[in-house]
Structure formats: structure tokens, C-alpha cells
Design a protein around this ligand. Structure first.
Ligand SMILES: [Mg+2]
Length: 403
């Protein structure tokens, strides 16, 4: 019987993976980025490993790929059509090259990644700056106060951002609880007054108590917060209290949850990370089930599970499940500047993304200039693959090994 082959797969059949190169890309934030509630300063950005993969026809694609070279070598010689199905994503056995294969398939097919994903969303993807940390506490010997936060927002405003996510929770360990909360309030008020045309988001990294967070919220009740992320470890009782209080004070913010797990959901002895990926990648299912349960009760509005922990191909099947459950997403992308670009293709391709977490900055060897900012949205380029030219000559080669 004749086999019916999609045209895309036919084109991919003609290519075999011939070689790969491994590089380190270094980010450069536009400024020193300070601490959040729990962690140390993010400084000027980190680095990420990428791979350039080449077919026997000389086509090249690239993307982040973390594993050692030894895990990539067995894929050499395979047909592109066995490595990736443009309608579904990367084959499980090739998941170590998930992102490079999407770029490469896009280049072979002459298609942007978002189109390969179905083009279900707009190319104009709303984006926020996720880089507003506790800049008011820096430098430690002479802290600049909230004026520093307004200056950071101004810098991102000039780069085209019209939404800012402020880290809060200064009272968790950097200041005493009361002074920290007052500073959190002062910070939100200062930014929302300075940028009346912008959205203000807050992220406490689970550092507040429910009572403390409700008091914080009273202090910013007139600021029309767009989004509240991880105010405390998500539990049904506390979130119900929060939602009731929000209704009382007319706070319409979305509750964004799921980056990190909650002790309220974790059974004693349950592992934090599965050894084999589930349908939600390396998130344990107790975490995912708990989130869906909270969403069903109207207590969580947006899932912010991570782009890479889930995995790009798995996101393509997770998104329809979220659509069916009526829950929008915003894949967590911190802390690498390239990741908001991958997320924007997912948003434009699979739809159902309310806003993308942006990370202002540049990356060595990667040219982001095809991505423009219009009215607070990042515009996904209509170019094959990611639409991000890579300069291999400008990158540091990595001899990555298992040993
Ligand atoms: Mg967060």
C-alpha cells in the first residue's frame, strides 16, 4: 500500500544529520540585576550552551541544548524526518536537540517555527520585563532606594517594554518583615505612578504569608495590579482567602502559579523531580494535578510552568490541554535572554499565552534584531526557524563531554 507522506516530511526525508558544533553563549543584561526575595543578585546575566546542527545538504539550525556531546553523537546519520515531525515536534529519542531541530526543520521548510506550530496566536506577543529585582537595595554600602527601580523600568521602557514585573518579598530575609513590606508597597506605588500607561506585575517567589500578602495588597489597592505571581506557597485555603479579599477591594489581578511546587501538594516522600519525563516534562505530576485543581476552583488564573522543564515539544501538547481546561499560560523563561524568543514562537504558534516573560539584554553571537517591539509586544519575525542569525565565529566553542 502506498504510504501517504506529508510534503513537509518529504522535504525532511532528503536531509540527514551530518554534524554538530557546541558553543557557549554569554548574556549581557543592560544593567546589574539585584536580588529577589530568596536568591542572590542575578548580576549581568549568565551563559547557555547552544548547538549548531548541520545536514548532509548543508542546511544549518541552532538552539539551546544542554547535554554532553556523547548524548548527541548517536543521532548523527539519522534522517530529519525521523528526528522531527513538523506537525508534532521532536521525536522522544532526539529530545536532546529539541530546540535546534525546530530551527533546522523551519529552515528546510522555509517556515518560521510559530507557523510550524499552527500559527494559532498573534505574531504580536505581549511581553513584560522580568528584570526588575531589588535594585533599590544596591549598592549594599549606599542603597539607592526606589528611584533605582523607576530608573530600571525607564531603561526597559525605552527598549519598548510596557509591562514590568516587580520582585517583592524584601521582608523575607533582606529587611525586617514590616519595613520590607512597606518598601514593597512603596516600590509598586512608585512604578505605577511613573508609568501610568504600563502594566505592573508582582512576584513574591512564595515569600509572603497569606496575612502579610493581604496587607501588602491593601497598600497597593489603587494600583490596578495586572498579575500576582507566587505570593505564597499555593494552597487552597490561603488562595481562597486571597481571592475573597481581592474581590472585596476590587483587585482584578491574575494569579500566576506553578513555577515552583508547593508543600501543600507534595505528599511525604514524593520526589521533587521525576527521573523519566511525564507529559509535563520534569515536573512531578502531583504539582501539575494540584495546579489544575486550583485552576478549576478559580484560584489560579495562569500557569507559569517553565519552558525548558516542560520542553518545547511537550509544550505543543500541553497547550491544547490548558486550552481545554480554560487556563492560559506564560512559560517561565528566566534567566537566559534567548528564552523569551522561543516562548514568543510558542505563543504565536500554539496560542493561549497571555504575556511572555521578557529578559532585556543581548547574547554573544546571536542577532535578535529581527525581533521588534511594538506597543509593548514583541513581534515574532516572519523568517524561517527562530529568525535569529547566529555568528559561529563570534562564539566560544565548547568541547562538552560526559566526563
Ligand atoms: Mg517567578
Amino acid at each position: 500500500m502506498a504510504r501517504v507522506v506529508a510534503k513537509g516530511n518529504e522535504m525532511l526525508e532528503d536531509h540527514r544529520l551530518q554534524s554538530f558544533e557546541t558553543y557557549r553563549v554569554r548574556d549581557r543584561f543592560p544593567r546589574f540585576v539585584s536580588r529577589n526575595a530568596k536568591g542572590n543578585p542575578q548580576k549581568y546575566g549568565g551563559s547557555i550552551q547552544v548547538r549548531v546542527i548541520t545536514t548532509d545538504q548543508g542546511m544549518k539550525g541552532w538552539g539551546s541544548s544542554h547535554v554532553p556531546d556523547e548524548e548527541i553523537k548517536p543521532l548523527i546519520g539519522e534522517r530529519m524526518s525521523d528526528l522531527i515531525d513538523p506537525d508534532v515536534g521532536t521525536s522522544e529519542h532526539a529530545s536532546t536537540l529539541d530546540l535546534p531541530l525546530h530551527d533546522l526543520a523551519g529552515k528546510i521548510l522555509g517556515q518560521p517555527v510559530y507557523k510550524m506550530l499552527g500559527g494559532k496566536g498573534s505574531r504580536h506577543v505581549p511581553i513584560y520585563s522580568g528584570s526588575i529585582y531589588f535594585d533599590d537595595l544596591e549598592p549594599e554600602d549606599s542603597p539607592r532606594g526606589v528611584a533605582a527601580l523607576v530608573a530600571s523600568c525607564q531603561q526597559d521602557y525605552e527598549a519598548g517594554y510596557r509591562a514590568f514585573k516587580l520582585k517583592i518579598g524584601r521582608g523575607f530575609k533582606w529587611m525586617d518583615p514590616e519595613t520590607g513590606m512597606q518598601r514593597d508597597i512603596e516600590a509598586v506605588r512608585a512604578v505605577s505612578e511613573a508609568f501610568p500607561d504600563c502594566k505592573v506585575l508582582v512576584d513574591a517567589n512564595d515569600s509572603y504569608t497569606c496575612d502579610g500578602f493581604i496587607r501588602f495588597l491593601d497598600g497597593v489597592a489603587d494600583c490596578d495590579l495586572y498579575w500576582i505571581e507566587e505570593p505564597f506557597e499555593e494552597g487552597e485555603e490561603d488562595l481562597t482567602r486571597l481571592k475573597d479579599h481581592m474581590a472585596k477591594i476590587g483587585c482584578r489581578a491574575l494569579i500566576a502559579e506553578g513555577e515552583a511546587g508547593s508543600r501543600h501538594a507534595r505528599a511525604e516522600g514524593a520526589s521533587g523531580r521525576p527521573t523519566e519525563p511525564t507529559a509535563y516534562g520534569y515536573y512531578p505530576m502531583w504539582h501539575i494535578d494540584h495546579l489544575y485543581k486550583l485552576a478549576e476552583k478559580g484560584l489560579v488564573d495562569v500557569f507559569i510552568i517553565d519552558l525548558g522543564i516542560v520542553g518545547f515539544t511537550r509544550w505543543r501538547t500541553v497547550m491544547p490541554e490548558l486550552v481545554a481546561a480554560g487556563v492560559p499560560a506564560s512559560p517561565h523563561t528566566w534567566a537566559w535572554c534567548v528564552r523569551p524568543r522561543y516562548a514568543s514562537h510558542l505563543a504565536a504558534g500554539s496560542g493561549n499565552v497571555v504575556i511572555v516573560e521578557g529578559i532585556p539584554g543581548e547574547s554573544s553571537g546571536l542577532d535578535y534584531s529581527n525581533y521588534t517591539m511594538v506597543d509593548g509586544s514583541m513581534v515574532v519575525p516572519d523568517l524561517p526557524g527562530w529568525g535569529i542569525p547566529i555568528d559561529e565565529g563570534g562564539l566560544e566553542a565548547v568541547q562538552s563531554s560526559a566526563g
